[in-house]
Design a protein. Structure first.
Length: 298
């Protein structure tokens, strides 16, 4: 899992471009429900080439595909569990975007799941007074200008905006935001972000949400090619890890290094480690030695 974390950092700048890049209309991917055909892989090369199309065990996802899939998943969970879309989104994020995991956990013990992710079944209203005290700045404000999560703990809009903004600038953890009351675990979902946060924070939150859908999902990864905007969804347990991205980069889905079949990932990582150590030695030699006085070579 370390390699995934590394990828987050490495991809940060690339994705900023990614999400501001408008429509990436080059989607060449199939819908998720395509019929995959996992033939055995010990066939000879020519046979494998011919059958390559139908045994492809991954799909390349463009920005548009990613957004559509995420919305589909949220809609599905929202419909099946009869909860709001922002609630479905909180649930999916907590279970790493696995629809089946959400369904399994929910139907096994809904009460426990609601508690863990902070979605109380019964929504509490704010105190029914004309003026309500904010739990952060302790000012009394008209009830109508205050907001609360499902728990009913009231905060003024200035305090909410500050609270949300701090969480968003702290990173993708804002996707699991809870009520500001330290003793309360009620979830703060995208609906509240959209009604309370500043515009650039709403945008950032949306970007984190889409990134999370790829990065926290066990079935998907970003293509590691620099500047590439595509993600790859891989069907686990389906033989070769070789992936050819629409950007033409070929890589191993398992270790995200350049495609290296038939050598296994562990051997490749040892080899890369050895190579980088050697090139560091070489840099040191170049930096610390004088050219040979006779032939002028280092
Ligand atoms: Zn306040
Ligand atoms: Zn609360
Ligand atoms: Zn790519
Ligand atoms: Zn590999
Ligand atoms: Zn010499």
């Amino acid at each position: 899992m370390e390699s995934e974390d590394d990828m987050h950092d490495a991809n940060d700048s690339a994705e900023d471009d990614f999400y501001s890049g408008g429509e990436a209309g080059l989607a060449a991917s199939d819908d998720g429900d395509a019929d995959y055909d996992f033939a055995d892989h010990d066939s000879d090369d020519s046979a494998e080439l011919i059958s390559h199309r139908q045994q492809q065990n991954y799909s390349i996802l463009s920005e548009v595909d990613i957004q559509r899939r995420q919305e589909d998943d949220i809609n599905r969970v929202s419909t099946v569990l009869s909860i709001s879309k922002p609630e479905a989104c909180v649930l999916l994020r907590n279970y790493n975007w696995s629809v089946s995991k959400v369904h399994d956990e929910w139907f096994a013990d809904e009460e426990r799941v609601r508690k863990v992710v902070g979605l109380p079944e019964k929504h509490n209203e704010m105190p029914n007074d004309r003026e309500v005290t904010c739990g952060i700045c302790f000012e009394s404000c008209p009830r109508g200008s205050m907001s609360a999560a499902a728990c009913g703990h009231p905060f003024c809009s200035t305090c909410w905006r500050g609270y949300i903004s701090t969480a968003i600038s702290d990173g993708p953890g804002c996707l699991m935001l809870r009520c500001p009351d330290p003793s309360c675990a009620a979830a703060v979902g995208q609906d509240m972000i959209n009604s309370l946060a500043a515009d650039d924070d709403k945008e950032k939150y949306g970007r984190y949400l889409r990134r999370s859908y790829i990065e926290d999902n066990r079935k998907t990864k970003w293509c590691p090619a620099p500047g590439c905007e595509y993600a790859v969804e891989f069907v686990m347990g389906s033989g070769s890890y070789d992936v050819n991205c629409n950007c033409s980069y070929g890589f191993c889905w398992n270790c995200t290094e350049e495609a290296h079949r038939p050598v296994d990932c562990a051997t490749v990582s040892k080899w890369i480690l050895k190579n980088s150590a050697e090139s560091e030695n070489m840099n040191w030699i170049l930096a610390n030695s004088k050219p040979c006085p006779k032939c002028k070579r280092p």
